[in-house]
Design a protein around this ligand. Structure first.
Ligand code: PLP
Length: 380
């Protein structure tokens, strides 16, 4: 049987075995409601407190600043819809931010869009140029999910604060992979999602800086400080905290390994397809193990399916976009021409990938690209 290679870690990651193991008691014997007044609540209440403290430590927050959510989409929606005043969002945000902002615009709230530069970074100069009176919240992602570029969040938050606005960053692609420090960056809100760092799906968190007000997301009981009611998903929260701690403790070695894989892939592609165009690999940096590359003359969807037939999983643009065939809004925002954008695939490695996986991808790509060229060129 052909070995299956998973190289789509920006879409989702495998569950860490240690996280699953930590979750099991809370799916079995420790089922007590953390809000109950009897003894069954003790292990679950303690587990929630430990998870909150452990997650907070990974991003330099206080435990009471961590609010559990059902994932990144919920955290993003909560901030965008629960904040007040005008909104400023970057044009290449994830749809969880963009569509939440669009929904607010339909209700009459002002929304200003800021374009990233052509290298894929959001600059404070562009924010300054687009500024409008009354903006209450600026939202710019820590790292982009299609091209992997990382923004200088401290700089952008400083500008928003200077203008009297609050600052949110969607750090879904960054948390657990690169250092995230809410104090050094001085952000007011930060979203994260467990399934992007080897935790379970359907769980995430929102950091809300102490003293900053955000409208409640769900009314009900007193869970999560009374602003996000509902009995907590204890097992998943424990899995998330375990995965995050594990990855934060190995961040440097993981990043070095992933960068080596990405470099090996780029080197190999250079030999086979010297016309390949890369996105995001400049400026202040790209997420480790992230390769966004266009093979002009080849359709990204075709490449994705041919690789899939060879048991290799990559992505054409964002996975959340897989039902839409329109050109990626991210590549459009950084001014990439339509034909180049529609030849772009995203290959994202994880700690379990090996140099041999890269070589297998290169062998498959070589076969597909060569075959594709012959198909296109009747003289060859
Ligand atoms: N924000 C970014 C940058 C993402 O990459 C994703 C997922 O792809 C999300 C938000 C949504 O997170 P979730 O899948 O947890 O709802």
């Amino acid at each position: 049987m052909m070995k299956r290679i998973y190289a789509d870690h920006a879409a989702t990651t495998p569950l860490l075995p240690e996280a699953l193991e930590a979750m099991m008691p809370f799916l079995k014997e420790n089922f007590g409601n953390p809000s109950s007044l009897h003894g069954w609540s003790k292990p679950t209440r303690r587990a929630l407190a430990d998870a909150r403290a452990s997650i907070a430590a990974c991003i330099n927050a206080e435990p009471e600043e961590i609010f559990f959510t059902s994932g990144g989409t919920e955290a993003d929606n909560w901030v965008i819809k629960g904040s007040s005043g005008g909104l400023m969002v970057s044009a290449y945000e994830h749809h969880a931010v963009l569509n939440a902002a669009a929904s607010e615009a339909r209700k009459g709230r002002g929304v200003v869009y800021v374009r990233p530069n052509m290298k894929g970074f959001v600059e404070d100069g562009k924010i300054a140029k687009a500024w409008k009176n009354g903006i209450g919240l600026v939202s710019v992602m820590t790292a982009n999910n299609e091209i992997g570029t990382r923004n200088n969040i401290a700089n952008l938050a400083r500008y928003a604060h200077k203008k009297g606005a609050l600052f949110h960053t969607d750090a879904v692609q960054a948390v657990g992979h690169v250092p995230v420090d809410v104090r050094a960056w001085d952000v007011d809100f930060l979203s994260a999602s467990a399934h992007k760092f080897n935790g379970p799906k359907g769980i995430g968190f929102l950091f809300i800086r102490k003293g900053v007000r955000l409208a409640p997301l769900l009314d009900g009981g007193q869970q999560e400080g009374g602003i996000r009611a509902g009995t907590e998903n204890v097992a998943s929260i424990v899995g998330m905290a375990t995965a995050l701690k594990f990855n934060c403790e190995r961040m440097e070695e993981n990043a070095a390994h992933l960068d080596t894989l990405a470099l090996r892939l780029r080197d190999g592609i250079g030999h086979v397809f010297p016309n390949a165009i890369y996105f995001g690999n400049g400026g202040i940096g790209q997420l480790p193990g992230f390769v966004s590359v266009s093979f002009p003359g080849h359709s990204s969807e075709g490449l994705l399916h041919m690789l899939d037939l060879k048991s290799i999983a990559v992505s054409a643009g964002a996975a959340c976009d897989s039902k839409n065939t329109h050109v990626s809004h991210v590549l459009k925002a950084i001014n990439v021409k339509k034909d180049i954008a529609s030849s772009t695939i995203r290959i994202t490695f994880g700690p379990e990938n090996t140099p041999n996986d890269v070589d297998e991808i290169l062998i498959a790509l070589t076969a597909i690209l060569k075959w594709g060229q012959k198909e296109k060129d009747p003289l060859s």
